[in-house]
Design a protein around this ligand. Structure first.
Ligand SMILES: C[S@@+](CC[C@H](N)C(=O)[O-])C[C@H]1O[C@@H](n2cnc3c(N)ncnc32)[C@H](O)[C@@H]1O
Length: 259
């Protein structure tokens, strides 16, 4: 089935399960120690197909998933890893039609996940303080999820100083999220959710103390996601020697009226 085209990115997986992300170009050629494959042959084989190098090594061909794309980004800022992004979407209860505020943009990894979940219905406003990050992440977002960007607006600014509008959801990945809480009085609807990604426990303490001090947040939850991969190979069935351990804490809270 020919369902990939020039301009698309694909993942090529070799016989040792090594993965390569490749952008397909006319007259392009993928090369490795196992030989080369013309991009045209990759397109002929299609998503889920296989192609052989001139040295007769087989590569499996897959269209690029969200995880493939963000984990292969050449990073200038730390991204939120997919294991955490997935949980943040659930904790924030993201669905099409919501008005969502995000800050900061970094490499746009969380923005891309939000845009796909919103599916061009509602609004995503992303505040970012650094112009270079705003510009670079916009390129990544347009490159990977161009079909979902019509509801996205990136605003240059310091989220600690406040923001325009009122939102159903707020998602933050900035160093001092406690500065944003004062702006949620008018900026987050009652019943709205705020979900924050925080690397260290001292930042968590300051953030949660601030949430509690303003008296209009309830249903607080603080946790981290630890992903433990297993090896399942014949009689060797055991946890892998490595695991995805601490990345950051996630804190979820819900806005409520003050009595
Ligand atoms: C760790 S990165 C965010 C990564 C992003 N969540 C992702 O998944 O790609 C933090 C971002 O917050 C931005 N930032 C830091 N302080 C900010 C502020 N006060 N207002 C707006 N953006 C800010 C930084 O410039 C950077 O782009």
């Amino acid at each position: 089935m020919k369902n990939i085209n020039y301009g698309d990115r694909v993942i090529l997986i070799d016989h040792k399960s090594r993965r390569h992300m490749v952008k397909l170009k006319e007259t392009g050629r993928f090369s490795s120690q196992y030989g080369f494959i013309d991009h045209n042959d990759i397109i002929e084989a299609g998503d889920g197909g296989t192609a052989k190098t001139n040295k007769n090594f087989r590569y499996r061909i897959f269209s690029t998933t969200y995880t493939d794309y963000v984990m292969n980004l050449k990073r200038k800022a730390q991204i939120i890893y997919p294991k955490d992004t997935a949980q943040m979407l659930m904790e924030a209860d993201i669905y099409p039609g919501l008005h969502v505020l995000e800050s900061g943009i970094g490499q746009g990894a969380l923005s891309m996940a939000l845009l796909r979940a919103l599916s061009n219905q509602g609004k995503l406003i992303t505040y970012e303080i650094r112009e270079d990050f705003a510009e670079q992440s916009k390129k990544f977002i347009d490159d990977f999820c161009n079909d979902f960007t019509e509801i996205h607006e990136i605003k240059l600014g310091n989220i600690y100083e406040g923001f325009e509008g009122t939102y159903d959801r707020i998602l933050l990945d900035v160093p001092e999220p406690w500065h944003v809480i004062e702006h949620t009085e008018n900026g987050l609807v009652n019943g709205g959710l705020i979900v924050v990604y925080i690397p260290t426990i001292l930042q968590v303490k300051k953030y949660v103390d601030t949430l509690k001090s303003v008296g209009c947040f309830a249903d607080l939850s603080t946790f981290e996601i630890i992903k433990r991969p297993w090896k399942v190979d014949g009689l060797s069935v055991r946890p892998e020697m490595w695991m995805y351990n601490h990345s950051a804490f996630i804190v979820r809270a819900r806005k409520t009226s003050i009595n």
